[in-house]
Design a protein around this ligand. Structure first.
Ligand SMILES: [Zn+2]
Ligand SMILES: [Zn+2]
Length: 388
């Protein structure tokens, strides 16, 4: 902590107390906030962690009578109320905080204290690295698209997917150093990635300015990645698309996304599937649909007809006598396989063909049929209802 920190940071505001607050008030408010923002209660929430650090920093100063006085004096001398300085230091995350565990959990919580001690070792670095850059990072999720034929969507298929993404630079294998050279250990921080400043009573750590916390410096940057060690690349992966996917469906392939960094797990790959249409079959969820023509005598007298099935022999469907056009028949188990291994149905819709271009014999037969079935006007009911 420096005079600059003293000027930039309003510790009273951080702890939610007034400038004239008593030591007790400060302690009370601190305990309340520390519990609320404690990393144990906010796992993985970096904002809470940051806040927790700020609260701790503020409390370290304000709970110490001598330092509180220095702080008050510095602010009254140089202009209190938060003068923002250019190039403000990064988050203060170094070791060196005199942390009183008893303050946080009370005297009779030895266990919690021990655990908290470990935890603070993590939060404040415990003498090691403190920057978030040094942690393993999960690879990014990647989104892509795949086009499948109608049949492959039903049966499942292995497809090649080209994925573009950021990964280690191939030229320098991610080191950022020009081919034939290697990065060297940062002379400023001796590879720890941390710089420290000794300011009066205690030391304050921050990411090393020479190497930006990396611990290594590159003398001859790799021309391909300008020393960053990262590059855009495309890779081709083989992905198994499960049987039964539908057009527009988004499939998650776990662990097939961008590779993780520093030992972190890879991200996931999401594939948006486009399914081509078929000249004969359609899809309705896990049912296959097909429309077949039937003749007027077949629909009227009944018939056993053959209909196509997907990748199999034609199947027989019984059309009962008096089947109207547009009726749908279900053939069980001839549809699309579901993930639970059950199979959908084939839905067969009949389309009754109206005879045309009749020869004399057929025409005479139909006239005989007309005379034999003569009855009341079939539109009688419709006409009557229309008037009502
Ligand atoms: Zn360094
Ligand atoms: Zn490179």
């Amino acid at each position: 902590m420096s005079t600059k920190d003293f000027l930039e940071k309003d510790y009273y505001k951080t702890l939610g107390v007034t400038k004239g607050a008593s030591a007790d008030e400060i302690k009370k408010s601190y305990r309340k906030l520390a519990r609320k923002y404690h990393p144990d209660a906010n796992k993985g929430d970096s904002k809470s962690e940051e806040r927790f650090k700020e609260i701790s920093e503020a409390y370290n100063v304000l709970s110490d009578e001598k330092r509180r006085k220095e702080y008050d004096e510095a602010r009254s001398l140089f202009g209190a109320g938060g003068v923002r300085m250019p190039g403000s230091a990064g988050p203060a995350g170094g070791g060196g905080y005199g942390f009183d565990l008893g303050d946080l959990f009370g005297a009779n919580s030895g266990n919690a204290g021990g655990r908290l001690g470990d935890l603070l070792g993590g939060v404040f670095g415990g003498g090691g690295r403190t920057t978030t850059q040094a942690r393993p990072r999960r690879g990014a999720d990647v989104e892509t698209e795949a086009s499948l034929s109608f049949g492959d969507a039903i049966d499942g298929a292995t497809v090649s997917l080209r994925l573009a993404g950021e990964g280690p630079c191939k030229e320098c294998a991610g080191t950022g150093a020009k081919a034939g050279t290697v990065p060297r250990v940062c002379p400023t921080c001796e590879g720890t990635g941390q710089g420290s400043r000794n300011l009066g009573s205690f030391a304050f750590s921050e990411p090393c300015k020479t190497c930006r916390g990396r611990g290594l410096v590159v003398d001859d940057p790799c021309p391909a990645c300008s020393g960053s060690g990262r590059a855009m690349s495309t890779r081709t992966i083989q992905a198994r698309i499960p049987a039964g996917v539908g057009d527009g469906q988004r499939i998650k392939l776990k662990g097939k996304g961008a590779p993780g960094e520093r030992g972190g797990p890879p991200g996931d790959l999401y594939v948006r599937v486009h399914v081509a249409s078929h000249p004969v079959f359609g899809r309705s969820g896990h049912n296959l649909t097909v429309t077949v023509p039937v003749t007027f005598p077949e629909a009227t007298l009944g018939a056993e007809i053959k209909v196509p099935s997907h990748r199999g022999m034609p199947v027989s469907v019984r059309i009962p006598a008096g089947t109207p056009s547009g009726r749908t028949f279900r053939v069980r188990g001839k549809g699309v396989r579901r993930s639970d291994a059950t199979v959908g149905d084939l839905l067969v819709t009949v389309n009754v063909q109206v005879p045309h271009d009749l020869d004399d014999k057929a025409k005479a037969a139909l006239e005989t049929f007309r005379d034999a079935t003569a009855g009341p006007d079939p539109r009688e009911e419709v006409l009557r209802k229309a008037k009502a």
